[in-house]
Design a protein. Structure first.
Length: 623
C-alpha cells in the first residue's frame, strides 16, 4: 500500500518537473537571438504507478498514481526541412558568388567609350583608312602609331584587370578551403562530444544545434549531404566523398605548383586525389577561375593574336615611305625559337612536339567554286578529334563553314590572296596548349593538292603535333609558330616603327621594289580586316568578337542575378517555415512560464497540505 510520505514524493516530483520546464523556457528566451538555436521542450510523462498488474499488490480500487517526471528535453526540429535548407543554401551561395564576380567582370567591359578596347580599335581602323587617302603624309602615319599605342594599352589593361580578378578568386579559393577544413574539424569534434553525452543518457541539444549550424555553414561553401548510420554515427558527404565520419574529418590541401600556373589546385590530403566541388561558394569560385575568367582571357588572347597576326601579314609584305619592307607592325613573341616550332614538352632534353599556330595553303581558291572532291577532314577538338565530311557538290565556302561550325579547335578562312588558312584556337581543356594545331588529316584531296596544305592524304600524310618536325607533312604551306602564352599581356608596336614612322607601310612594292607615291593599297588592305571573315575564335569578324564578348558577359551576369533573386526567395520561405517550427517566440515562452509557475505554486501548496496532514498524524493523533 502507499506510504504516508507518498504525497510528499508526488509534490517533490511536481516541483522538480515544473522547475525544469521554467528553466527550459528561460533558456529558450535567453537564446532567442542566438544563431542556429532550436527551441526546446520538456517531455513530461506520468510517473510509474505504485502497483503493476504483474506484481503482487494490495486490494485497492485501482493503480495509485505517483505524480509526474520529466522524461527528456528535446529540440523542436524538422530534419527533412533542415535537409532542404542545406541543399538550397548550397545553391544560393553558388549564385551569390557568381553574381558578385560577374558584377566585377561587367565593370571591365563597361569602360568609357574613349578608353575601351572597342573604341580604340575603331580609331585604329579609321587611322589606316585615313592613311590610305594620304599615304605620303607623315602625320597620317603618326596617327596610326599613336592610335595603335592606345589600342595596345587598352588591351593590356583589360588583360591586367582579368588577371587581377583571377588572382582574387584564387586567393578566395585558398581562404574558403581553410574554412571548409575548419568547419569539418569542428563538426568531427562535436560528433565525439555528442556521442559521449548520449552514452551517459543526456540530450546534448545545444551541442547538436552547434553541429547543425556548422553543417549549414559548410553547406554554403560546398555541396553537402548528411547521413546517420545504424549506430547513430553522423556523416557528412560531398560529391560522393566522405568529408566527416564520426570523429574523423578529412582535409583538403591546396597545391600551387608552377605546372598549375600559380593557381591553387585542390586535393584530398589523405589520398592526394583531385577534389571536385560542383556547388557552394567553393564550387562557384573554382568554376569562375577555371572556366569563366579563363574563357574571357582566352577570348581576349584569341582576338589579340589574330589581330596582330593579320595586321603583320599585310604589313610585312608592304613597304614604307622609307622603302623599308618585311617589317612586322606589332611585336610577336614565338613560344619557341626553333623555326619549325619544335619543343621539348616532356622536359627530357629531346624535342618531341611541334607548336605551330597557323597553316597557309599554296593554292588560290574560289569561295563559290565546287570542290569536285569527296573525303573527310579530321581536326583536333577539345574531346578527341572531330571529323568534317565534304562532297563533290560542296563549294569552298560550304566546306569552310562546315569546319567552323564544328567543335574543332581549328578554324578556317581564305586570306587576301584567297589561300586557305587553318588557325588554332584557344583550348577548352587546360591540359592542351592554346593556339597550337594538334592534328590535321584529310582522307581525300581537299587539304592536299586542292588547297596545298598537306603533302599526302590519309593517316600516313596527317599532321600531328606529337612529334618534332611535324611541319614536314606540309606541302610547302607557310606556317606560323605558336606565340608565348597571353599575347594580350605583351602586345605592342614594333620599336623600329616608333623610331621612324615612315616605316609604317601604306604601299605595296612596285616592280622596282620601292613605294610609289600615293599608293595606299596596303593601308586599304589593313583597314578592310575590320569587317573580313577572319574567324576570331568562334566569331567571324572583329566586330562580331566585341559584340559577342559584351553580350556573353552581360547575359551571364543577368543569369546570376536572376538565379540569386530566385534562390533568395526560396530561402526566405524555407527559413520562415523553420523559424515557425524551431524559432523562439518570446510571447509563447512567457505564457508557458506563467503556466509552469502556476503549476509550481500548486505543487508547493500540495506539499504544504501534505505537511499539515503529517503533522496532524504524527503530533496530534491519539492526544
Amino acid at each position: 500500500m502507499a506510504g504516508s510520505f507518498g504525497g510528499i514524493e508526488i509534490g517533490k516530483r511536481s516541483l522538480m518537473t515544473h522547475s525544469l520546464q521554467i528553466q527550459t523556457a528561460g533558456h529558450n528566451i535567453s537564446n532567442a537571438n542566438t544563431e542556429g538555436y532550436t527551441r526546446q521542450r520538456v517531455n513530461v510523462r506520468a510517473f510509474d504507478p505504485l502497483y503493476r498488474p504483474d506484481l503482487e499488490r494490495a486490494e485497492t480500487a485501482g493503480q495509485i498514481g505517483q505524480g509526474t517526471e520529466a522524461e527528456s528535453v528535446k529540440r523542436l526540429r524538422d530534419e527533412l526541412l533542415d535537409t532542404r535548407i542545406v541543399a538550397q543554401t548550397n545553391v544560393q551561395s553558388y549564385w551569390e558568388t557568381r553574381e558578385k564576380y560577374y558584377t566585377m567582370i561587367e565593370q571591365i567591359y563597361n569602360e568609357p567609350e574613349e578608353i575601351s578596347v572597342r573604341g580604340n580599335m575603331d580609331k585604329f581602323w579609321e587611322s589606316w583608312q585615313e592613311l590610305s587617302l594620304y599615304p605620303d603624309q607623315d602625320a597620317a602615319r603618326q596617327a596610326v602609331v599613336t592610335r595603335a599605342d592606345s589600342l595596345t594599352n587598352a588591351i593590356q589593361q583589360r588583360n591586367k584587370s582579368l588577371v587581377a580578378i583571377g588572382n582574387q578568386i584564387n586567393e578566395d579559393i585558398n581562404a574558403t578551403v581553410k574554412q571548409v577544413n575548419d568547419y569539418a574539424r569542428q563538426i568531427a569534434e562535436l560528433n565525439m562530444e555528442i556521442t559521449r553525452s548520449k552514452g551517459l543518457g543526456d540530450d546534448p541539444n545545444d551541442l547538436m544545434d552547434r553541429r547543425d549550424l556548422l553543417v549549414e555553414k559548410l553547406g554554403k561553401l560546398i555541396n553537402v549531404t548528411v547521413s546517420r548510420q545504424d549506430n547513430d554515427e553522423f556523416m557528412v558527404h560531398t560529391d560522393g566523398q566522405i568529408i566527416v565520419q564520426g570523429g574523423i574529418a578529412r582535409q583538403i590541401v591546396t597545391d600551387a605548383g608552377p605546372e598549375n600556373g600559380g593557381y591553387y589546385q585542390l586535393k584530398w590530403e589523405d589520398t592526394q586525389y583531385d577534389a571536385y566541388f560542383r556547388g557552394g561558394s567553393l564550387g562557384a569560385l573554382v568554376e569562375l577561375r577555371d572556366v569563366d575568367v579563363r574563357s574571357e582571357m582566352q577570348s581576349l588572347n584569341t582576338m589579340t593574336l589574330n589581330f596582330a597576326d593579320l595586321v603583320n601579314d599585310v604589313h610585312r609584305n608592304a613597304i614604307g615611305k622609307n622603302n623599308v619592307t618585311g617589317l612586322d607592325f606589332f611585336v610577336q613573341h614565338p613560344f619557341v625559337q626553333n623555326t619549325n616550332g619544335n619543343y621539348d614538352r616532356t622536359g627530357d632534353g629531346v624535342e618531341d612536339t611541334s607548336y605551330v599556330f597557323r597553316f597557309t595553303g599554296t593554292n588560290a581558291l574560289d569561295l563559290h567554286e565546287q570542290v569536285g572532291l569527296e573525303g573527310e577532314i579530321t581536326l583536333s577538338g577539345h574531346d578527341g578529334n572531330v571529323t568534317v565530311p565534304y562532297y563533290a557538290t560542296d563549294t569552298v565556302e560550304e566546306v569552310i563553314n562546315r569546319i567552323n561550325n564544328t567543335d574543332a579547335e581549328v578554324k578556317a578562312y581564305l586570306d587576301r590572296n584567297n589561300s586557305l588558312v587553318l588557325k588554332a584556337t584557344a583550348a577548352l581543356d587546360s591540359g592542351n596548349p592554346d593556339f597550337v594545331i594538334r592534328h590535321v588529316e584529310d582522307s581525300g584531296m581537299f587539304l592536299t593538292g586542292y588547297s596545298g596544305i598537306l603533302q599526302a592524304s590519309g593517316a600516313e600524310g596527317a599532321y600531328d603535333y606529337n612529334q618534332a618536325d611535324a611541319v614536314n607533312a606540309l606541302a610547302g604551306a607557310q606556317f606560323g609558330v605558336a606565340p608565348v602564352l597571353n599575347p594580350s599581356a605583351y602586345i605592342q608596336v614594333n620599336d623600329r616603327i616608333h623610331t621612324d614612322v615612315q616605316s609604317v607601310a601604306a604601299a605595296l612594292p612596285n616592280l622596282q621594289g620601292t613605294a610609289d607615291a600615293g599608293d595606299g593599297r596596303a593601308a586599304v588592305a589593313i583597314a578592310s580586316i575590320r569587317n573580313s571573315n577572319v574567324m576570331v575564335g568562334k566569331s567571324r569578324t572583329f566586330d562580331d568578337y566585341f559584340a559577342d564578348s559584351v553580350t556573353n558577359v552581360g547575359l551571364k551576369g543577368e543569369q546570376a542575378a536572376n538565379m540569386l533573386a530566385s534562390q533568395n526567395a526560396i530561402m526566405n520561405d524555407l527559413t520562415a517555415l523553420r523559424d515557425s517550427i524551431s524559432g523562439v517566440n518570446i510571447d509563447e515562452e512567457l505564457a508557458d512560464i506563467i503556466k509552469f509557475q502556476h503549476g509550481y505554486n500548486a505543487a508547493a501548496r500540495f506539499i504544504s497540505v501534505q505537511d499539515e496532514l503529517l503533522d496532524t498524524l504524527i503530533n496530534r493523533l491519539g492526544v
